[in-house]
Design a protein around this ligand. Sequence first.
Ligand code: HXC
Length: 251
Amino acid sequence: MILSEIIGRVGVIRLNRPEVMNALCDRLMADLGAQLLAYDADPAVGAMVITGSDKAFAAGADIKEMKDRTFPETLLHDFIAPWETILQVKKPVIAAVAGVALGGGCELAMMTDFILAADNAKFGQPEINLGVIPGAGGTQRLTRALGKARSMEMILTGRLMGAEEALAAHLVARVVPLADLQAEALKTAEKIASLSPVAVQMAKKAVNLAFESHLSEGVRSERVLFLSLFGTKHQQEGMAAFVEKRKARFE
Ligand code: HXC
């Protein structure tokens, strides 16, 4: 249900259930989580890309698998917990989104570090049409990205948002033509993978702190992370290379 390959220093994971618009079933999410952890542990990988097809990043959780679940059963077996494996990943993960990223698909994209969108991308949380609400962080992450008014409108009406609107609303980092999406995602991930892995992981941690702490606490933690980098060879190499007017080598 996923296809994985390492290109250069980038671990690329393609969601692969084209017959159901990459609906996210339990097995796909387990495979995705396992592959993310494997790439996180693999020194040959410096960054990751999750992508889908030209038509669908993912059309949400698999409704056919989910529809007969009951409350007691889901309490005992939390089928959403494996979705959060991605939050344990220390290396950067980019979502390269073409086509629909709906419901759990939008939530998965928002759990990556940032989203690159093709010009045909469509984002939305249409769960309200199914008589439910987002369940994998959508009400929280969409609201942090879009602000209350837009997030409320999207979640209460189930309206979809195109790529340009998503860019203006700060949901995505960049929009590129569909034909360029894969190359742009790889280039961006490869750039990150070429940098100091220690600094990259600390940068990711520090930015994430902005969403999980108060400002003063976040700034204090950032300071500790920043200063701790002065214990690394990469800080010495990066700054020496600047002064010596040469390209840094982060080995
Ligand atoms: C299961 C799905 C699916 C889904 C599409 N399919 N989305 N199957 N779960 N989420 C299947 C369809 O049943 C159909 O298979 C095939 O994919 C093609 O879909 P069509 O509807 O025929 O295609 P199209 O007309 O192009 O419409 C595409 C679409 C639409 C706009 C993406 O399929 C759609 O609205 N899908 C549901 C989107 C949604 O509500 N997502 C939120 C899910 S809830 P068959 O075999 O029937 O022809 C959720 C909660 C997450 O994500 C909470 C955390 C776990």
